[in-house]
Design a protein. Structure first.
Length: 219
């Protein structure tokens, strides 16, 4: 792929995305579309070129099929960006590529939606379903028959066991362990290192061993 268009801007997300896109797809040119007025990230450009543009300076008619990715990895922010660019410019789910690092294991029976971002050394087991815009960070593991809905974020080293369902926009913290047959609602946050042995409802922050709801999630 010669060119990748990045929607949104974050200091952490863009360098990780660029490194993986170069390695996996051989991308040579990146265009970052900023929907907020933020300073451009300073990056070495020996292997690629990068341009930072505001929305008003970019011709959205140039976006082809499956040519964009998110410039952020925070899943609630991904949802905001998707809704903004979809409603204003018609950039729907079909325009997004998935980036899966070659060191990750992906079972043949797993199903991956568009816009996924899977970092190195992850395990995606049999009959897993990754819906749109899912982020799975380094060394995380997703057990068989699990379903991760749109914009779910699994942070480094988390273990999601078999037959788990995680609702839209929920974030699983680093090193958390989710037991078999657990359902976690939408828009929730599971704290780092938590051990989840019971279902978690929508829209809450929960952490601990065993994991317990502590308050509503205001984000």
């Amino acid at each position: 792929m010669e060119q990748l268009i990045i929607l949104g801007h974050s200091n952490g997300g863009i360098p990780i995305l660029i490194d993986q896109a170069i390695e996996v797809l051989g991308v040579e040119k990146f265009i970052v579309i900023k929907n907020l007025d933020l300073p451009d990230i300073e990056l070495e450009k020996s292997e690629f070129s990068i341009s930072f543009l505001s929305e008003k300076d970019f011709d959205f008619s140039k976006i082809g099929s499956r040519s964009v990715q998110f410039g952020v990895h925070n899943c609630p922010a991904k949802k905001i960006l998707f809704d903004h660019f979809n409603s204003k410019y018609g950039i729907d789910k079909s325009s997004y590529i998935s980036l899966i690092h070659p060191t990750s294991y992906m079972a043949q029976s797993a199903k991956v939606g568009t816009g996924a971002f899977v970092e190195p050394l992850t395990v995606i087991s049999s009959l897993v379903q990754l819906k749109f815009g899912v982020t799975i960070k380094r060394s995380a593991s997703i057990g068989h028959h699990s379903i991760l809905h749109d914009f779910v974020c699994i942070n480094p080293g988390a273990v999601v066991s078999g037959f788990v369902e995680v609702g839209e926009g929920t974030v699983i913290g680093s090193g958390a362990v989710i037991s078999n047959n657990i359902k976690i609602g939408s828009g929730s946050l599971i704290g780092a290192g938590s051990v989840v042995t019971k279902d978690i409802p929508d829209g809450v922050i929960a952490f601990g061993n065993p994991c317990k709801v502590v308050r509503e999630n205001q984000n």
